[in-house]
Design a protein around this ligand. Structure first.
Ligand SMILES: [Zn+2]
Length: 450
């Protein structure tokens, strides 16, 4: 079966292509790119539409897998697919499956909406060795056991390691370095939600970067908008640039919203947060449950933090100009940090990529389309080390076809899973997964072993 897509505008930053071309797919792979119209068994007319490599989300929070029922709770992966993502990397912020190898095997056995890769989540390692107190500094014996587990998961194809230092303040320099070191041999990526944000972000970034330099591993500063868009973004980007110029392999990611999201029970809301974030309680919205849509008061905070620590919140506290600064920096990749709980949460899970194009290219004109697509295709693929994110001949035909005028996010804080508009087709390995913003096959995704 040969599928051809004619007359579209191909944008493939890896190969420096931005022109009207025709493309053929055979056996799930890109088999031809030509300036002449192509003939096939199935012909798609893409006149006036943009054809790009499927978007790659370097930082998201994957759907749960239930090993007893052998099923995935499909929620966020569907949202990913509808916004043009074909490969998503989970296990971020130190949070993820208890057994990443079992998870990836289940993805291959059952099929999910998008291709899935994982980082080894440091938080799961701690659980596995029986360390459940997040404030505790743990002993060398258990750190060594965690290191062995990390090596095992990396060997089964996890693409790197992720830390949520903010969420586990008991992490010491020794623990950070020993676990980081597992990524050295194959130069896999080490990402972190660093220890602190706002006024305290610079020393927190330095702590992580210095550990990575010592262990000689590639580093990724996670969602820097929510770490430094409180007046520190210029300084944070300069710090990253300085390290980069000295030879440190470092990049960052960011999502295009001025609000962050986390659980009410997270350490983010430990003593002192009302001083760190402007507006205190009143800028923090409850994102699910009985109080959904309400802003916090001190009383409500105390009650819910005790009774429902898993409740997702959204904190409307970042400065738009500072997020803009991060989004347009050449060494910042766009990633969703998508996180949902029972289809509730932050709209970034369903809106990030269409919003990025609509707002940053079309409205604010901070980037052109080519630069924007590079940040969501080739750059994340290169960063995590996968042979995707391009239209190379012979590559998996993971594609997104969209209408530049129509593409926009529709998800809101009230309705965080509304699908975007303007996504005409999403292909995974040459098969149509989305047509006209609607999922028609959500079973094409396989594991991505790195
Ligand atoms: Zn995080």
């Amino acid at each position: 079966m040969r599928t051809v897509i004619n007359q579209g505008i191909l944008v493939d930053p890896k190969n420096r292509i931005f022109s009207k071309l025709n493309i053929a797919i055979e056996n799930g792979k890109i088999s031809n790119i030509s300036k002449y119209e192509l003939i096939g068994d199935k012909v798609i007319d893409a006149a006036g539409l943009i054809i790009a490599p499927g978007f790659i989300d370097l930082h998201m929070h994957e759907d749960d897998y239930d090993p007893e029922k052998d099923t995935f709770k499909l929620d966020i992966f569907n949202c990913m697919l509808r916004m043009g993502v074909t490969t998503a990397i989970g296990g971020n912020c130190g949070i993820g499956p208890d057994e990443p190898d079992v998870y990836l095997d289940a993805v291959d056995r059952l099929g999910v909406p998008v291709n899935v890769g994982l980082l080894v989540p440091h938080g799961s390692l701690r659980k596995k060795v029986g360390e459940t107190d997040r404030y505790k500094k743990i002993g060398l014996d258990n750190i060594k056991k965690m290191r062995a587990l990390t090596e095992k998961y990396l060997a089964t194809g996890c693409g790197g390691i992720s830390f949520g230092i903010r969420y586990i303040p008991g992490i010491t320099e020794e623990e950070l370095e020993l676990i980081c070191g597992a990524a050295h041999k194959e130069q896999k990526l080490v990402a972190a939600h660093i220890r602190d944000d706002a006024q305290n972000v610079i020393p927190a970034a330095v702590e992580f970067i210095e550990a990575g330099i010592k262990m000689e591993v590639p580093l990724q500063l996670s969602h820097i908008g929510s770490m430094g868009a409180f007046g520190q973004m210029g300084e944070l980007l300069t710090l990253m640039d300085e390290y980069y110029l000295k030879g440190t392999d470092i990049a960052a990611d960011c999502y295009p919203y001025n609000a962050f999201s986390t659980k009410l029970g997270a350490t983010t809301y430990d003593e002192g947060f009302t001083k760190r974030y402007p507006g205190g309680y009143s800028n923090i919205e409850i994102a699910q449950g009985q109080y959904k849509g309400q802003r916090l008061t001190e009383d409500l905070f105390r009650k819910l933090r005790k009774e429902e620590p898993e409740l997702l919140t959204v904190a409307h506290v970042m400065k738009e100009k500072e997020v803009d600064l991060a989004m347009s920096h050449p060494n910042v990749i766009i990633a969703s940090d998508g996180l949902l709980n029972c289809s509730q949460g932050h709209p970034r899970a369903s809106g990030t990529f269409p919003r990025f194009i609509n707002e940053y290219v079309k409205d604010k004109k901070l980037l052109n389309l080519y630069q924007a697509l590079e940040k969501i295709t080739y750059l994340p693929a290169q960063r995590i080390g996968i042979d995707k994110g391009s239209l190379d001949l012979g590559c998996d035909a993971d594609l997104v076809i969209f209408d530049y005028e129509e593409i926009r996010d529709k998800a809101t804080f009230a309705e965080p899973t509304l699908p975007p508009e303007g996504i005409r087709y999403v292909f995974l390995k040459g098969e149509i997964a989305v047509k006209d913003n609607k999922i028609i096959n959500n079973n094409l995704g396989k594991s991505v072993r790195i």
